[in-house]
Design a protein around this ligand. Structure first.
Ligand code: ATP
Length: 267
């Protein structure tokens, strides 16, 4: 089936600290992330057109929502553009598959987060043949081209494939059925999808093989330990923002003149 199915889902990829340490480090790194995000936002307000897009893909219960809550929750919500992509509406289906995606591209200065994305159109759509192969097959190249254009217009794309094991998904679904406070997350359809596990793993592998580009690489993040996946995504965001080399935007007014004007208002 390929390396995606075979990765160590429990792994913390060299991170040797405990879960408790991980939570503390997450909070500390959250402060760093928030500072960088504020700079991005400030620059966006001052004419810088750059933005960041975090694409989250993963099987049901992989923890996409938890990353949105716990990682993006550490930064100023004004600078976050969140979009989730469920089953397309009639109107969305009447357009090209990227139509609904284009509408959610993050504005300048924002961190966009896609909870599911255009990749559903080569994942669930491929697994269930929702359109013929002749339609989904060219989508890998179409996606690569779309992402290249997005990068050229100033968006840094971070693509995260959360790698959850079959067993862990079983445990998470069982927990949803055991706890009334989790019923709202349970969807009977998730059990049906679980029956297509190996088809999904193959579809994820094809996605990684065909859309892992130099400009928009995929990061496969082991997701059995939620705290680790959240920390890993935080680090990916910090790294991307640091590479933008953001400074505070300079004043577009004369600071000394303004100080004098303000002083003159004193009674
Ligand atoms: P989640 O499972 O992400 O927590 P949810 O259970 O609340 O979310 P929605 O977000 O409404 O459900 O929809 C998710 C479902 O929509 C998934 O089963 C996904 O495979 C499906 N979906 C997303 N994009 C497409 C698409 N382009 N075509 C068909 N189905 C899609």
């Amino acid at each position: 089936m390929g390396p995606f199915a075979d990765i160590d889902h429990e792994s913390c990829l060299g991170f040797t600290k405990s879960k408790a340490d991980g939570a503390e480090i997450l909070a500390q790194r959250g402060v760093v992330l928030a500072g960088l995000q504020e700079r991005l936002f400030a620059n966006g307000r001052s004419g810088d057109t750059r933005s960041v897009l975090l694409v989250l893909q993963g099987m049901d219960t992989a923890g996409k929502g938890g990353i949105v809550r716990n990682v993006m929750g550490m930064v100023d919500p004004q600078g976050v553009a969140h979009a989730s992509f469920g089953k397309p509406t009639e109107e969305e289906l009447s357009h090209d598959f990227l139509w609904r995606i284009h509408k959610q591209i993050p504005p300048a200065g924002h961190i966009g987060v896609f909870d599911r994305s255009h990749y559903e159109d080569v994942l669930v759509v491929r697994v269930h043949n929702l359109v013929p192969r002749s339609v989904w097959e060219p989508r890998y190249d179409i996606i690569n081209q779309f992402e290249d254009e997005l990068i050229a217009s100033g968006t840094v794309i971070i693509k995260v494939a959360l790698a959850l094991s079959f067993e862990e998904q079983g445990r998470r679904l069982a927990e949803r059925l055991d706890r009334p406070d989790k019923y709202w997350k349970y969807n009977p359809g998730d059990v049906d999808e679980r029956g297509f596990w190996s088809d999904y793993q193959a579809a994820y592998q094809a996605m990684l093989d065909r859309t892992d580009t130099p400009g928009a690489p995929w990061y496969v993040v082991p997701a059995n330990r939620k705290w680790y996946a959240r920390l890993a995504v935080t680090e990916l965001l910090i790294d991307a923002l640091e590479r933008l080399d953001l400074d505070w935007p300079p004043a577009d007014f004369d600071v000394e003149v303004e100080k004098a004007r303000l002083a003159a208002t004193r009674e």
